[in-house]
Every structure is written in C-alpha cells, then in structure tokens.
Design a protein around this ligand. Structure first.
Ligand code: NAP
Length: 253
C-alpha cells in the first residue's frame, strides 16, 4: 500500500482567489489530494469554471467581495455553519498595482493595503472565531518575492507583501495554542493573468530582465500550488510563522 503524506482526505479548505491563477490551480490540486474545497471570489462564472476542472467532491462556490472586510468574520461563520469547521485557508485573492512613488496617493495605497493585508488579517481573525477552524488547521497567505527583493515601480505592492511576512510571525505565536499554523508563500513571477497584466506595462527589456532573474524560468501556478498543499497537509505539521520562497532562484542573486 502506498502512502501519500500530502493527502487532504476529509479536509475542508477555503480558497480565496479561486477564480484565477494561483488560487484556481491550488483549488484543483487540493481536490486531487482529496479535499473538499470552498471556492471564493467575486466572479461566479469563473468560480464555476474552476469547479468544473476539479476532481469530484462536494465543492462549493462562494461569491464574496473580500473588500467588505468587516463582514469577513460573519461570512466565514455562515460558511462554517453549513460545511463544518475549516481545516485550512488559502488566501490567494489579491491585487497588483504597478505605480512609481510619484504616483502614490492615499487612495492607491489604501486600495492595495486593504486588498492584500486587511483581508488577510480579517480572514485570520475569522478562522480564530470559536468553532470555525479545526484543531491542526493551517492558514497559507500569498506574499511575494516583492516583499523581500526590491524592484522599481512596485513599492506599494512590495510593502503590502512584506507586511504579510511580519503578520504571520506574530500571528503564528498567537494561534499556536489553538493548534493553528499560519505561513506565507512568496512566489517569484508566476504565469497568471495578474502577471500578464503586469507584463503589459513592462518594456521588452524589462521583461527579459525579469526572465533572466529566474534561473529556473518563470513559474507556473502548479509550482506554487504544490508548496501550498505541502503547508496545508501533515507534511507542514511543524511549520508556522514561516515564509516559503518559491522563485526559481530569483532571490538567490
Ligand atoms: N502571479 C504572480 O507572479 C505572483 C507572484 C507573487 C505573488 N502573487 C500573489 O499571488 C496571489 C494570486 O495571484 P494571481 O497571479 O493568481 O492573480 P490573479 O490571476 O489576478 O487572481 C487574483 C484573484 O484574486 C481575486 N480577488 C481580487 N480582489 C478580490 C476581492 N476584493 N474579493 C474577492 N476576490 C478578489 C480574483 O477573483 P475575482 O476576480 O473573481 O474577484 C482572482 O481570483 C496574489 O495575492 C498575488 O499578489 C502572484
């Protein structure tokens, strides 16, 4: 009999950003590993598209705008009342805005921080509510190498992704007595719609420079999904407060 240490059989996992890119691929992989997945995003048709690509299971689609951050705890409570305690959360919803510092204004800064940081904190708070997370639960937040290594023109996004790395360190200590783990993954450039939109504002030279910075090439969503599954499953049992870098060598320079 073969043993799969990354099995997620009988686990219920909430995946935000499941309508696109990394979140979509993660939802598909988690279903292949046996999990029941709650697919969250704003675009119902695209969430249904993800569900159609998943392994059979009692997966659910949940349309919700995470920018209504104050409503997140109540939203999670309602989901839990219908599906039972969550064994995991993958927070892949997020936005990327390329803009130089001279373009910064409070509206732009708040939009990025709210979408990328406030939502993560409120989701963590939501899972911390009594009965919402199963003991041994694992939370994985999508940070980025942009939070570790600088790149001109993306400083607000970089600040938001660095904030998540700080958040998981303290949150890990606070949640450990509850038997909950919380970690980040920090991908390099991954071929998704977000990356394609970013590609459109780059010159060919800038894009080639990014490619050269990834000695193993540009990443695929499955490269990130594999690491997320590792952190969710029993394989991640002893890992909390960490940031797992997945970047094809980008930060090795
Ligand atoms: N791609 C990369 O190169 C890369 C690298 C490092 C880190 N990351 C991070 O990885 C995560 C996923 O990126 P991706 O490339 O997969 O992006 P993507 O293809 O643009 O997908 C983003 C997802 O976020 C959801 N979303 C955005 N705002 C939302 C809101 N207010 N409420 C609910 N859902 C919302 C979108 O869903 P709806 O449109 O349905 O609402 C979509 O499913 C992001 O946090 C990103 O910063 C990406």
């Amino acid at each position: 009999m073969s043993i799969n240490p990354m099995t997620l059989q009988d686990r219920t996992i909430l995946v935000t950003g499941a309508s696109s890119g990394i979140g979509r691929e993660t939802a598909i992989l988690l279903s292949e590993l046996g999990a029941r997945v709650i697919l969250a995003g704003r675009d119902r048709d695209r969430l249904e598209e993800t569900r159609n690509r998943m392994q059979n299971g009692d997966h659910r689609v949940e349309c919700f705008d995470l920018c209504q951050a104050d409503s997140i705890p109540e939203w999670v409570k309602r989901i839990v009342s219908e599906v039972g305690p969550l064994h995991g959360l993958v927070h892949s919803a997020g936005i990327h805005r390329a803009a130089g510092i001279q373009m910064a204004n409070t509206a732009r800064i708040d939009a990025v921080m709210h979408s990328n940081v406030t939502t993560a904190i409120m989701l963590t708070k939501a899972l911390r509510q009594k009965g919402c997370a199963a003991r041994g639960g694992s939370l994985v937040l999508l940070s980025s190498v942009a939070g570790l290594a600088g790149q001109a023109g993306i400083s607000i996004y970089s600040a938001s992704k660095a904030a998540l790395m700080g958040f998981v360190r303290s949150a890990a200590l606070e949640l450990a007595p509850e038997g909950l783990r919380v970690n980040c993954v920090a991908p390099g450039y991954v071929d998704t719609e977000m990356a394609q939109r970013f590609r459109e504002v780059l010159t060919d030279e800038q894009y080639q420079a990014i490619q050269r910075m990834h000695p193993l090439g540009i990443g695929q969503p499955r490269d990130v999904a594999n690491a997320i599954a590792f952190l969710l499953a029993e394989t991640g049992r002893w890992i909390t407060g960490s940031t797992l870098v997945l970047d094809g060598g980008y930060t090795a320079h």
